[in-house]
Each structure stands twice: as C-alpha cells, then as structure tokens.
Design a protein around this ligand. Structure first.
Ligand code: S3P
Length: 168
C-alpha cells in the first residue's frame, strides 16, 4: 500500500533509479528480482533453469502480492512482471505504478554485454529484444499511472518521478 512501483523493459533503469528514489524520499528500496533470489536461495537464471519461465512467473506473482501488502516502499519490478494482468491487478489502485520509458536503442546499448538475464542469452538476442520491446511497451503504458522518460541520469530521473508523483 502506498508504494511507488517502477515498471519497464529490462535495462530501463528500474533498480538504479529506484535506489535514488528511495534515498531521496526516505522510503525502503526493494528490488523484486533480488527479493525473489533471496526467498528462493537461487538466482533468477537458476530458477528459469529448474522450473522454467512459467515457474518463475508463479513465484514472481506470489512476490508481487507479498510486496503490495507492505507500505512505503520503492519497488523495482522485474521487466516481465507488469506484462501479466494478474500482477497489474495486484498493484493497481493500491500503489503508484510508474513506467520508465527508454528507447530501444538505449536499451540495446545497455544490455549489449548482459549475461544475467535468461531471456537474452541467445544468439538472436537483438531480434528477441526488438520483438519483446514492441509487444510490451503498450502493455507497460496501459498498466502505469504515470510515464516518466528514463534516459537521463538515474538521479535526474528519480527527481522526475518525484515531481510526477506529486503532480498526480
Ligand atoms: C525479465 C526481466 C528481469 C527478470 C527476468 C525476466 C523479463 O528483470 O525478472 O530475467 O521478462 O523482462 P529486469 O527487468 O530487472 O532485468
């Protein structure tokens, strides 16, 4: 309740912006993926390997429900979380959902050398990113209460979020 939840594509800066935002607003920061990893005592990649993406999504949903029950957090969601209606429903109207909007070109640059994200560990990574990005962007927009451009420094973007949330 009363949390600020950042959503958006992998690499849009949910965690780095979220940490700055938490510091500036005196809220506690929770990174959803890190929370899942601690709870399961496994990395996200290990969870995908052992239970498949579907298993990961079920754990993610459970964690969304758990976090929405807490208060005054800044939550950096996983990039796939808000593409599932069941997770949007958990947060909608209870917390403020902020979509960090970053262009595909910048995302590609930022994720060029990524080894941590199971969905991107494949030779046709650029094509997968493009497809996912185009499919997901309207979904993030639809889920969000507020859209903030995330192409500035994390600190500047955090201030942009603070102003947008105040104006809402
Ligand atoms: C995913 C994004 C990741 C992580 C998992 C799946 C996705 O989070 O939850 O690899 O489906 O976009 P980040 O957005 O923090 O990379």
């Amino acid at each position: 309740m009363n949390n600020i939840v950042l959503c958006g594509f992998m690499g849009c800066g949910k965690s780095t912006v979220g940490k700055n935002l938490a510091r500036k607003t005196g809220r506690k920061f929770v990174d959803m993926d890190a929370y899942i990893e601690k709870k399961q005592e496994m990395t996200v990649s290990e969870i995908f390997e052992k239970y498949g993406e579907e298993g990961f999504r079920d754990i993610e949903h459970e964690v969304c429900r758990e976090l929405a029950g807490m208060s005054n957090l800044v939550i950096a969601s996983g990039g796939g979380a808000f593409t599932f209606e069941r997770n949007v429903k958990v947060f909608k109207g209870v917390d403020t959902i902020v979509f960090l909007d970053v262009s595909l070109d910048i995302i590609k640059q930022r994720l060029k050398n990524d080894t941590r994200r199971p969905l991107l560990q494949r030779p046709d990574k650029d094509r997968v990113m493009e497809e996912l990005y185009n499919k997901r962007l309207p979904v993030y927009r639809g889920a969000a209460d507020i859209v903030v451009k995330g192409e500035n420094t994390p600190l500047k973007t955090a201030f942009a979020v603070i102003n947008a949330v105040k104006l809402k």
